[in-house]
Ligand binder design. Sequence first.
Ligand code: ARG
Length: 282
Amino acid sequence: MHITDTPRRFLLCSPDHFDVTFEINPWMTTERRPDREQSWNEWFGLVSELRAAGAVVHHFPSLPGLSDMVFPTDVGVVDGDRFVRGRFRHPERRDEAAHGADWLLERGFTEIPWPDDPDMYLEGGDVVRFADGLLCGNGPRTSPAAAEHLSRVLGVPVVTVPIVDPRFYHLDMSFFPLDERQAMYAPDVWDSEGQRAVEKLVPEPLLISIEEALTFSANAVMVGRTAIMPACPPRIRAELESRGFTVRIAPVGEFLKAGGGIRCMALDLDLLHRAGHLSPLA
Ligand code: ARG
């Protein structure tokens, strides 16, 4: 069902205005601000790792005042030629969704609207594809009703995973899909119902501990068989390599100060790349 022979496309936002000016997750403190030059170096390093692995990188220009824009994954869920815009829990990030939507609309994507329900929240970091469906974190940032809405409008099964550890406030910090059968994940981050649901879904898991997940190792992207990760503890690296994956580290320590890693920084423009819904981007 998925089209795998076209290059993976990501949308990245440069750190021109990146900063930690508010605290909306346990990682952020305005006492520990990112270094500007180091942020640029890390960002360019990530772009070149993505390109070296064969991905196409699109640039989303950042805007003053929106210091978290460097994490465009949260602005929506893209399904080929259409998208659902994010509905941010925190007012500090709400304007980002509109800018993300404008970027997509200007390039020919179609927006799937939300119902008029003020209690629905959805941030793209909670939405991860595995095999022919989606997993959707439920907790600090995304409401269960939003996951149901996604499933309805996109016509894909969505498994809801309740998050109980606030340090891993988006699902993409504890679940990293490797291929159609394998995923690396930290089950201790979720409640027992979520753990059972994921266990049923993933035929070949690579389980990791909370300590291993705290390195942001799961907040990574896969391009072909190359895993591009912020960090990779030796045990995980050995496991991934024995399964035939190549591990590339792109250090993003400045961005971790805002509680975001590589998956947050690279919006997957082909998340659900399905026949019938092809991206309007060349
Ligand atoms: N400072 C951002 C926030 O708290 C970080 C976003 C992380 N994004 C992600 N997909 N995990 O919202």
